[in-house]
Design a protein around this ligand. Structure first.
Ligand code: ADP
Ligand code: MG
Length: 369
């Protein structure tokens, strides 16, 4: 593709974007990302991984050190924030305390020099979208934290932006309210068809809400995919560890046949796994294995990978029994045993076989032990 030419289905585009605050360290290294119109895309990663910086560059509050950002086919490098037509919600994006809710919502419309009747209609519609139709006359201090955050969402929606950016908007809310708001924001997105770029460090939140997730670490997108693909097919150990629960086993590649690797574990035993991200024979690898894919006491011959482990702790969780084991030197090896009638009772301190399919185990880049 020629420089400056934008992919047809790309609404937001980061092209070779870099950012340094001090002229030395790149906190965003080489960001390339295409977001189609209407998508809910989440930037997910640990603190300091460059998510907010990327969002601020898209909003126009931070200049990129290098590279280009496009919105709807147009380079916006030199477009000031208030001319980008982007709605924004932040964790601590305070409402004006001396204004009523309706006045807060009217503010961005007045700035845009809209007429009074149109402002009133848009404010009311935005309040209905966040299910606060009767709260226009209140001041922010007369609302709960969750209601204030809904008003902040309404304020971002009120001028019909085609793009909304949200940076940890639910971080200050308690768990129950946060989960409720996740669904509400997701439904608003579905109803309006607006494009959303959402930032969070909470992987469960990202999995719940997103069409696609860009997993950030160290200023680099580690993997960009759908929630289920990130969970089922992590491309490296960072993603395997960051998304969902993960059991790690360390070893060396002994053989590679087609897409399968035979791995000799450090503590003895052999495992066959998908060869996702491994070097040649003899190279170190870390295996990734999800807790619900491990079978306890499998029928002999039914699974290609069988090891023994000691049961350290059983936690009854109703629908499953969370079983912490010691397997091949890993004392935090977790197995989720479904609570079904036929299962034999397990005993702490006993040694049992555990087994899993080759395709449920991914051989990835070596993690530090
Ligand atoms: P995240 O949102 O993923 O937590 P940030 O984008 O806020 O990450 O930060 C990425 C890196 O840039 C961090 O090392 C952070 O300390 C640094 N950083 C962020 N904002 C600034 C700033 N205004 N000036 C200098 N350094 C900053
Ligand atoms: Mg941040």
């Amino acid at each position: 593709m020629a420089a400056g030419e934008v992919q047809a289905n790309s609404f937001v585009r980061f092209e070779n974007v870099q950012k340094s605050y001090d002229g030395e360290i790149l906190v965003v290294k080489d960001l390339n990302l295409d977001i189609p119109k209407g998508e809910f895309l989440t930037m997910l990663g640990p603190s300091g991984s460059g998510k907010t910086t990327s969002l601020m560059m898209l909003a126009g509050f931070e200049p990129a050190t290098h590279g280009d950002i496009y919105l709807d086919g147009r380079s916006i490098n030199h477009v000031p924030p208030n001319k980008r037509g982007i709605g924004m919600v932040f964790q601590n994006y305070a409402l004006f305390p001396h204004m009523t809710v309706a006045e807060n919502l009217a503010f961005p419309l007045k700035v845009r020099k809209m007429g009074a009747a149109e402002i009133e209609a848009k404010v009311q519609r935005a309040l209905e979208m966040v299910e606060l139709p009767d709260m226009g006359g209140r001041r922010p201090a007369q609302l709960s934290g969750g209601q204030q955050q809904r008003v902040a969402v309404a304020r971002a929606l009120v001028f019909d932006p085609s793009l909304i950016l949200m940076d940890e908007p639910l971080g200050a809310l308690d768990k129950q309210l946060r989960e409720q708001m996740q669904y509400e924001i997701k439904h608003i997105h579905e109803n309006l068809g607006v494009t959303v770029v959402y930032v969070t460090h909470d992987q469960a939140e990202a999995l719940t809400m997103s069409d696609r997730i860009a997993v950030f670490n160290d200023g680099v997108i580690q993997q960009l995919s759908t929630p289920d693909d990130l969970y089922e097919r992590p491309q490296n150990s960072f993603v395997a560890q960051f998304i969902g629960e993960n059991n790690k086993l360390h070893g060396k590649v002994k053989k590679i046949t087609r897409n399968k690797a035979t791995v000799e574990l450090d503590n003895g035993g052999e495992v066959t796994a998908d060869a996702v991200n491994v070097g040649g024979i003899g190279s170190r690898t870390t295996l990734s294995l999800r807790p619900e894919r491990v079978e306890i006491a499998p029928k002999s011959g039914s699974l290609p990978n069988i090891l023994s482990g000691e049961i350290k702790e059983l936690i009854y969780l109703g629908d499953h029994i969370r079983t912490r084991m010691s397997v091949a030197g890993n004392d935090e090896f977790i197995v989720k045993v479904p609570n079904s009638a036929g299962n034999k009772p397990l005993a702490e301190g006993s040694t049992v076989k555990v087994g899993w399919k080759a395709e449920d185990c991914k051989a990835l880049d070596p993690m530090a032990i």
